[in-house]
Ligand binder design. Structure first.
Ligand SMILES: [Zn+2]
Length: 437
């Protein structure tokens, strides 16, 4: 019997290529996300798509000719979506160790300066290896789709061959319009061809404090002209707020000094969300990353723009940040997703890890089923993939992961137990379009 416990004699799992006949995947539990958990659940897949969801007994009777793959004492649920990450920085901890570098303090700006120092020591080949490692680690952790940030355009070919879905957002920053124009011209050639058949391009103006209004407008105009979705780090830290509101604090005093940027009178008097909207960096359906320092009015604006928010609580906690206004986002109808951010500020690329931390960080504010939806369908919506993945529903792609039933879990507390697994979650397998990876 193969590792998927195929019941039929004609198993083709061993080749890793499933299947030219309809296949019935069964497990002790199935979590569709958009419907309650199903005990003794089954998923019928044909040509990579889901054609039926139900119980094992009913679907097995209705589709007796299907190849059968039984995962036994396991949970079958959609693959995770990491809505904000920087896969090219996956090897950052090893790079920092190798050059013996550590941040001067726990502050956000010291962390940025540390990141820049280490990054300067890294060669292109190391970045490629890092990106490949990030894609492999993501799949191993049950992640099937990413919203990835790319700063090193010359390693884009490293995405080739990956089965990950999602978007690669090309990052831009800087306050000199000429330099940003040069950088945008580099994008022209890059975006002519998608990174892979499953990945599409997007654009990421980095953050309000690393741009000027003029350069932010340049980038948003480029994204609009090329119909590219946008994402931005926004309202992440108190240092960002101090800079935008009063043009002061560590960003003005340290970061701008190191970067050789001039602080001008135009830098003060703003709020992050208003600044982003005025510069076109909060477009309809855009993706806000962090969104920690926002008031009720700004939550309302994000909701009216139809933007999603990618929460990265482990990264926020590293800088001693307060919590994003989760309840206000949720009650305002803002779509929420989870992101690990990079390995420069987060311990792993596991959304199971981010999910377990978020449950504690935002203690009691949302239910386990709401968190599981955020980690899967919420991420899919944030990347514009909600009609294709994120839940186990008929006509969607058969993208799912297989995990063990948590020890001692009952049907009543299954979702709670899953959310608590964190880094300990041992993902047994990931299927994309019905094919085992
Ligand atoms: Zn980030």
């Amino acid at each position: 019997m193969c590792r998927h416990r195929c019941v039929t004699q004609d198993c083709v799992c061993l080749t890793g290529v499933l299947m030219d006949r309809p296949t019935l995947f069964t497990a002790k539990y199935l979590l569709p996300i958009t419907a309650p958990p199903i005990e003794d659940g089954a998923l019928l897949v044909s040509d990579g798509k889901i054609v039926a969801v139900g119980t094992r007994s009913v679907l097995a009777a209705e589709h007796a000719g299907a190849v059968r793959v039984d995962f036994g004492d396991a949970v079958l649920l959609p693959s995770m979506v990491n809505a904000h990450t920087h896969l090219e920085l996956t090897c950052f901890p090893a790079w920092a160790d190798a050059c013996g570098a550590s941040p001067d303090s726990g502050s956000f700006v010291d962390w940025i300066l540390h990141l820049v120092r280490v990054r300067k020591q890294v060669e292109v080949e190391q970045l490629q290896t890092s990106l490949l490692t990030g894609m492999r680690d993501s799949l191993a952790a049950g992640v099937g789709a990413v919203g990835d940030i790319l700063t090193s355009y010359d390693i884009a070919s490293a995405y080739g061959g990956s089965r990950l879905r999602g978007r690669v957002f090309c990052e831009l920053l800087g306050r000199d319009p000429q330099q940003v124009a040069t950088r945008l011209s580099q994008l022209d050639g890059l975006i002519a061809t998608p990174p892979t058949t499953e990945l599409a391009w997007g654009v990421s103006p980095h953050a309000p404090y690393t741009l000027a209004e003029t350069t932010a407008l340049q980038i948003s105009a480029y994204a609009a002209a090329h119909d590219l979705p946008m994402t931005m780090h926004l309202a992440e830290t108190s240092e960002e707020v101090a800079f935008l509101e009063r043009a002061e604090g560590p960003i003005a005093e340290m970061l701008y000094t190191v970067a050789g940027w001039e602080v001008t009178a135009a830098d003060g008097g703003h709020r992050p969300v208003d600044w982003a909207q005025r510069t076109g960096c909060l477009p309809t359906g855009g993706l806000v990353v962090h969104g920690v320092h926002v008031n009720a009015e700004e939550v309302g604006l994000i909701a009216r723009q139809g933007c999603s928010v990618a929460l990265c609580p482990r990264s926020n906690s590293l800088f001693g940040e307060t919590r994003a206004p989760l309840k206000q986002y949720h009650s305002s109808g803002v779509n929420l997703a989870l992101g690990t951010d990079s390995r420069a500020s987060s311990p792993s690329l596991s959304i199971w890890g981010e999910l377990a931390f978020a449950r504690q960080w935002f203690a009691g504010l949302l239910s386990p089923s709401e968190w599981l939806e955020i980690a899967t369908l919420g991420g899919a919506r944030a990347l514009g993939l909600e009609l294709m993945i994120g839940s186990l529903e008929v006509s969607k792609q058969a993208d799912f992961q297989v995990v063990p039933v948590p020890e001692g879990a009952s049907p009543a507390d299954l979702e709670e137990s899953l959310c608590a697994q964190g880094e300990a979650m041992s993902v047994q397998d990931v299927f994309l379009s019905g094919q085992s990876l």
